[in-house]
Ligand binder design. Structure first.
Ligand SMILES: [Zn+2]
Length: 575
């Protein structure tokens, strides 16, 4: 591959452009900022005002939002979480991992919440840590201590409630919104802009090379009582709309009551200084549950389950759950039944062969209720009569409409917000860039999510298509990959990044001649991509052609001086 055919890139790509602007902040006025000018102009103001002793709040918020939408920052959160796990000398509890994965995937898929265009898809990690804790960072990285799952007795609905709470901190961008009141020091800004500079040119592979100022920035856990209340409330809706037992939220609070006496074991989700009192939170969750169930069910005197102001049963402890937790899980089954079913016929009451009454389906959310009704002869029949009476009364009183009013308003609000976000075609490129960073991190599933979001925002965006092509290729489906990438090239034959993608695919297929040919194409088209140098360098390096590899890496380094993904053995020879 000859140097002559290649050209230094013409246009700065978005993330690299960011680095250019950042460097300028500390020197003279920025020259020729190509994209995202408004934002980086704003950043200039932040720095200026920090130095001047004041801060423009709105811009600090933008700063957190931009960093929160960067997979490299999310990955740094992940690396730090692994490094900081208190009990990392022991293996992570596999049952906690399995349960967390199931719950998170279900809530992400089915929960009613709105992920903003400038938010990353959720990433989570269960770490070996005995303390009762889970936390969500502004990059939508959720760190889950396996000790917390164990201390909930692996109860899926309690765990879902806590994770729904954490997700709400993330998708509602609580930290960025609160950060608007925070003043960033120039050292922090410098570290963070330095981190941004590396995002398109390489990725962090270990926590050890993260600057302290950046660590301080990315581990910020700003929270206040209002955000915590919102996280409880909307977390309740996330988990219950995803199909979990809505009593899980109050049950989780009941579980945490125990830890009130052991505050040293608990932080974030239950941090006494910034979270409301646990019994108060329990009361709020119980109230939400009551409304969710059209007002028919209630827990009184710790573990008495009431139905329309009549005592239905007194809950008993079951496995690791105490009587109070069980009362809320039983009540939760009733509430879910009423909430999800408009007509009593939907309950499908019927008698099983053993003479007990059964209803609804085998959703585990109903298991505590069904088990409790079986403990006393005739209780099932009494419950059926109460449910039938309640439905008849609701028709007359209009209770359903009344109790679900707030929830319907919230759903409508979410729908409108989704429509508004879906119309923002201009956000499409950003999601493709994120996909590329995820690919470099080896996180194919998250990359796929970002490429899909990119394509959904703009179906004519070739970057979304070539991105999906790389995902397909990484999974060994090169036929589909070539089909997609050729479609991307047809959409815009002058886009270098598409040729880089096709070169990656050819490289995966072992066709290095075609790969190098596409590297040249990537550099010769009008919207060239200098990543082609890096790819060509990697190909030559793999072939043992060290001189050619060095030449490519040198060209890459010249085009992208902040690149940190050049192999060590070549780095020393660059200058
Ligand atoms: Zn919280």
């Amino acid at each position: 591959m000859s140097q002559g055919k290649k050209r230094i890139r013409k246009a700065c790509k978005k993330r690299v452009a960011a680095a250019v602007a950042a460097a300028c902040l500390f020197a003279s006025a920025p020259v020729g900022m190509p994209t995202a000018q408004a934002f980086w102009g704003g950043l200039g103001n932040v720095l200026g005002t920090v130095i001047g002793g004041a801060v423009q709040a709105q811009n600090t918020r933008d700063y957190y939002l931009t960093m929160g939408n960067n997979p490299n920052i999310q990955n740094a959160n992940y690396l730090l979480a692994l490094q900081n796990a208190a009990n990392r000398d022991r293996p992570v509890d596999p049952e906690a991992v399995k349960l967390t994965n199931e719950i998170m995937n279900t809530m992400i898929e089915n929960g009613d919440y709105v992920l903003r265009n400038n938010s990353l898809p959720f990433r989570w990690e269960v770490v070996a840590d005995d303390t009762f804790n889970a936390s969500c960072y502004f990059s939508n990285f959720i760190c889950v201590h396996d000790g917390f799952i164990q201390k909930c007795g692996y109860n899926r609905d309690e765990v879902a409630a806590v994770l729904g709470h954490e997700m709400t901190h993330g998708y509602d961008q609580h930290i960025a919104n609160l950060a608007s009141r925070k003043i960033l020091t120039s050292a922090t800004l410098s570290a963070v802009t330095g981190a941004l500079a590396t995002t398109n040119a390489g990725v962090y592979v270990s926590a050890t090379n993260l600057p302290d100022a950046l660590i301080n920035f990315i581990t910020v856990k700003n929270t206040d009582v209002k955000n915590e209340k919102d996280a409880d409330k909307y977390g309740f809706y996330v988990m219950s709309s995803a199909g979990f037992n809505p009593g899980g939220a109050a049950a989780a609070m009941a579980r945490m009551s125990y830890y009130t006496a052991h505050r040293d074991q608990v932080s974030d989700f239950f941090n006494p200084s910034d979270h409301p009192d646990t019994r108060k939170r329990l009361k709020d969750m119980a109230e939400l549950l009551h409304k969710y169930g059209i007002g028919h069910t209630q827990v009184l005197n710790v573990n008495d389950v009431y139905f329309d102001k009549e005592l239905l049963l007194t809950a008993e402890p079951e496995g690791p759950q105490d009587a109070e937790e069980m009362a809320y899980l039983i009540s939760g089954g009733i509430a879910k039944g009423f909430h999800d079913h408009r007509f009593v016929t939907d309950w499908n009451f019927h008698t099983l062969q053993d003479g007990t009454i059964d209803f609804l389906d085998n959703n585990p959310a109903y298991a505590p209720l069904k088990n409790a009704l079986r403990t006393e002869k005739g209780l099932g029949e009494r419950f059926q009569a109460l449910v039938e009476r309640a439905y008849a009364n609701d028709v007359k009183s209009g209770a359903r409409e009344k109790f679900l009013k707030d929830e319907l308003a919230r759903k409508q609000h979410n729908r409108e917000l989704r429509q508004k976000l879906a119309a923002r075609k201009e956000d499409s490129d950003d999601k493709s860039v994120n996909g590329n960073i995820y690919m470099k991190l080896g996180l194919t599933e998250l990359a796929e999510k970002e490429y899909k979001r990119s394509a959904k925002l703009d179906k004519d965006n070739p970057s979304a298509k070539s991105g999906m092509a790389m995902v397909m290729s990484s999974r060994g489906n090169n036929t589909e990959a070539l089909k997609l990438v050729n479609e991307a090239i047809a959409m815009n034959p002058n886009l270098g990044a598409s040729y880089v993608a096709r070169a990656e695919i050819y490289k995966n297929m072992g066709d290095t001649d075609s790969a190098l040919n596409d590297c040249n194409m990537a550099l010769s088209v009008s919207d060239s991509s200098t990543y082609a140098y890096k790819l060509a360098g990697d190909i030559f390096h793999a072939q043992g052609a060290a001189d050619s590899a060095l030449m490519e890496y040198r060209a890459y380094h010249k085009a992208v001086p902040e690149a940190n993904d050049i192999p060590e053995e070549y780095k020393s020879q660059l200058n």
